[in-house]
Design a protein around this ligand. Structure first.
Ligand code: NAD
Length: 489
């Protein structure tokens, strides 16, 4: 593996790489080593204007005329291009984010499947027809919402981009995608690949840049019809405000503090290692990380000591080593934030059972950490966004549900139990967008994913996401023979 580290990644606007108007280019370093990775152009307001204009032009031109069948073919072609460039994309993403390459490969596989899913889902786009009564007939048309502004975070740069791009392009929208300024590289490559496989110029534009300036400008832009945002709950609130004048359609995929419930009747041989995976995958920098582990009292000590043992056994290290299970965090600055939660937690009475110390040496590494904490502490309530799980004991099913719901977020939950009826009871009572029963996995191309409560609204993946990029137009028509003269004039 060897990607060129001397490459400069431009903005991707109107079907080609371009220089930023203000000339800003940043050096990106690898969080796991501190070494230079690449130079990347950053977009400013003039570049967003150009990108929105290109997106609007595409809608009014070739892209707007592209049939559903052709869009489906293009999405499949982009899936093929991602698959055949998988080695390069995986290395780029792994080095840019510090994420274990084994994880990135799984994410790339999902990115490919996601484009294929929406390539097929295009066949479901269609209105309905109905006689209203008398001589009136109704039918509806489905039309693309228009120009979609999409804003994604740094934790899954490629996968979050594909979650948003695939349904938008399937619906026939054109897109201006703003990646996080720390992690723009694979999104720029996606733009290039889309052009190579024949997407018309302007259908997909990529403008990395800072959130409060470039991102906010995109959200306010009068040429943008819809904003799809993934990021923190705090920024989500700001996006709502910014998207209110002129009013835009918005969907928000926000933070989480997801519970993982283990009952005494669970198969612990699955529950405990899966719980380790559910928090330490992607170094805990996942919106759906099960960062609260709730354990039934009789098995609490056993689960905590086994989890601490497994946490210590996770292979943390060089993200490019295929044996590595957990790479570094995104930056040393973010590591300080994560460690700050652990320090404040212990100050409030939580107890570190595993990890919890900043390691010596280069790179933004942080160990898999287990903290015993009661649910009202900050470390159990707020999103740490690192490899830190807060473990709490519960008495019985009612208590488990109460604690699981006692948080402002509602993205994901997992329950481990040997009693199938209990699994379904709990699934019905937990306030979260997804519930897993006896399995830790979270996201599949055809299955809607999103939040309750402060985890946002709207859904990614599944047909629900496609629908959010479509307008419904109702057409009502008279088929009668007699003149229509409502006032009898
Ligand atoms: P963030 O909110 O700081 O940034 C997310 C994106 O928004 C970035 O591209 C950033 O540049 C941009 N941004 C920031 N301020 C903005 C503004 N004022 N106007 C417009 N854009 C702005 O989030 P983060 O810390 O980078 O990402 C982690 C967060 O994302 C976590 O809370 C995580 O749970 C959440 N997340 C949610 C999901 C989901 O599907 N629900 C998936 C991944 C991540």
């Amino acid at each position: 593996m060897a990607i060129a580290t001397d490459r400069e990644y431009g903005l991707f606007i109107g079907g080609e790489l371009t220089e930023p108007a203000a000339g800003e280019v940043r050096e990106l370093t690898e969080p796991a080593t501190g070494a230079l990775l690449a130079r990347a152009a950053m977009a400013g307001e003039a570049d967003v204007d150009r990108a929105v204009e290109a997106a609007r032009g595409a809608l009014d031109g070739d892209w707007g005329k592209t049939s559903g069948t052709e869009r489906s073919r293009l999405l499949h072609a982009l899936a093929d291009a991602i698959a055949s460039n998988r080695a390069e994309l995986a290395e780029l993403e792994s080095r840019n984010v510090g994420k274990a390459i084994s994880s990135v490969k799984a994410e790339l596989h999902q990115a490919v499947e996601n484009f294929r899913y929406y390539a097929s889902a295009i066949a479901t786009i269609g209105g309905r027809a109905n006689p209203i009564g008398g001589s009136l007939l109704f039918y509806s048309l489905k039309e693309p919402v228009g120009v979609a502004g999409q804003i994604v975070p740094w934790n899954y740069p490629l996968m979050m981009a594909t979650w948003k791009l695939a349904p938008a392009l399937a619906a026939g929208c054109s897109v201006v995608l703003k990646p996080d300024p720390q992690t723009p590289l694979t999104a720029i490559r996606l733009g290039e690949l889309a052009a190579e496989v024949g997407f018309p110029a302007g259908a997909l534009n990529v403008v990395p840049g800072d959130g409060p300036t470039t991102g906010a400008y995109l959200v306010r832009h009068p040429g943008v019809d819809k904003i799809a945002f993934t990021g923190s709950t705090k920024t989500g609130g700001e996006i709502m405000r910014l998207a209110s004048d002129p009013v835009k359609r918005i969907t928000l995929e926000l933070g989480g503090k997801s519970p993982n419930l283990i009952f005494a009747d669970a198969d612990l041989a699955s529950a405990i290692p899966s719980s380790a995976w559910a928090i330490y995958y992607s170094a805990g920098q996942s919106c759906e990380a099960r960062s609260r582990l709730l354990v039934e009292k009789p098995i609490y000590d056993e689960v905590v000591s086994k989890l601490a043992e497994l946490a210590g056994a996770i292979r943390v290290g060089d993200p490019l080593d295929k044996e590595t299970q957990m790479g570094s965090l995104i930056s040393t600055g973010h590591r300080e934030r994560v460690h700050g939660f652990v320090e404040r937690g212990t100050g409030e009475g939580a107890e570190v059972v595993a990890g919890g110390a900043v390691p010596e040496g280069a790179g933004a590494f942080y160990p898999p950490t287990v903290v015993a904490a009661s649910n009202e502490l900050e470390i159990a309530q707020e999103e740490v966004f690192g490899p830190v799980v807060a473990v709490t004991a519960f008495e019985d099913e009612k208590d488990a549900i109460r604690i699981a719901n006692d948080v402002r977020y509602g993205l994901m939950a997992t329950v481990w139990t040997g009693d199938p009826a209990r699994g379904h009871r709990i699934a019905a009572r937990i306030k979260s967008g997804t519930v897993g029963i006896n399995m830790p996995y979270t996201a599949f191309p055809g299955i809607p994913f999103g939040g309750y409560k402060q985890s946002g609204f709207g859904r990614e993946l599944g047909l629900e996401s496609l629908e959010l990029y479509l307008e419904t137009k109702s057409v009502v028509v008279s088929t009668g023979l007699r003149p229509i003269n409502p006032f009898g004039l």
